[in-house]
Design a protein around this ligand. Structure first.
Ligand SMILES: Nc1ncnc2c1ncn2[C@@H]1O[C@H](COP(=O)(O)OP(=O)(O)OP(=O)(O)O)[C@@H](O)[C@H]1O
Length: 251
């Protein structure tokens, strides 16, 4: 039986450390996230953002420390931690609809509920019209929407997104960022979103965690209290972007 954490925090990362032999990448990282928060992680190149997400998702074991969800140590057998990678990850032999449904099948969501959620999500992400196409018949941005839709459809306890729009051109990225906000607001997911792009972090997040160089710790925890939809030219937007940039810059 899991030991209760004794606090009201939804997500608690406690003293997380990850080393590859002598190389300490994550160095005793602790922070909390409220239920339904959208938190962005930014940091210098190679500081360990992907290692951080892989450790949180339990794809790789932590050297020390742990992540707690709702007062229990995170466990992929009992918690639903969804992960959207930078590269599209659709199954080429499945139609768009069946690709989006895949996560729910793995989680054994009952048929009726699965179909209801599927219709809603396909609609929300604008994939309803191409639901019967195969991944090789749609664009890269559409494929990335499959991954995002698939993750949201499972109603995750925690949704991890590792630069999901990093490879897309800027216009598509803006469009998909707005779509992500819509999904997050409607489906009330708790999201950690990693990005290289400070502007994207300020546009999306309610809070930004700024990572240091290796051995990596949290250098800043910045609240982004701006109305939505956000305006890149709003002086407050520019101020926060500068604050984050100044924390990361090494030049
Ligand atoms: N499996 C591994 N074995 C050894 N070292 C690793 C392994 N995975 C990552 N590293 C090292 O950990 C450090 C962080 O890598 P990681 O890919 O997590 O950084 P990142 O911040 O995501 O990088 P980028 O900014 O390029 O996306 C790097 O120095 C990398 O070489």
């Amino acid at each position: 039986m899991a030991e209760a954490s004794g606090t009201a925090q939804y997500i608690e990362v406690r003293n997380l450390t990850k080393a590859f032999d002598e190389l300490v990448v994550l160095n005793d990282i602790s922070f909390n996230i409220d239920r339904g928060e959208l938190v962005s992680i930014v940091g210098p190149t190679g500081c360990g953002k992907t290692t951080f997400m892989n450790t949180l998702s339990k794809l790789i074991p932590a050297t020390a420390g742990d992540i707690w969800i709702n007062g229990e140590p995170a466990d992929p057998r009992t918690h639903n931690i969804a992960y959207v990678f930078q590269e599209p990850t659709s199954l080429p032999w499945r139609k768009v609809r069946d690709n989006v449904a895949y996560g729910m099948e793995v989680k054994h969501v009952p048929q009726k509920e699965k179909n209801e959620r599927l219709d809603r999500i396909l609609d929300l992400v604008g994939l309803a019209d191409c639901a019967d196409l195969y991944p090789n018949q749609i664009s890269a941005s559409m494929e990335q929407r499959i991954a995002v839709a698939r993750a949201f459809a499972t109603d995750p306890d925690l949704l991890l997104m590792d630069e999901p729009y990093g490879q897309l051109d800027i216009k598509l990225r803006y469009y998909l960022e707005d779509e992500l906000i819509r999904l997050w607001q409607k489906l009330k997911a708790t999201v950690i979103f990693v990005t290289h792009n400070i502007e994207e972090a300020v546009y999306l997040a309610e809070r930004i965690l700024v990572l240091s160089n290796k051995p990596t710790t949290i250098k800043g925890d910045i609240r982004v209290d701006l109305p939505r939809p956000r305006d890149y030219l709003d002086p407050d937007f520019i101020r926060i972007r500068k604050e984050v940039t100044d924390m990361i810059r090494w030049w």
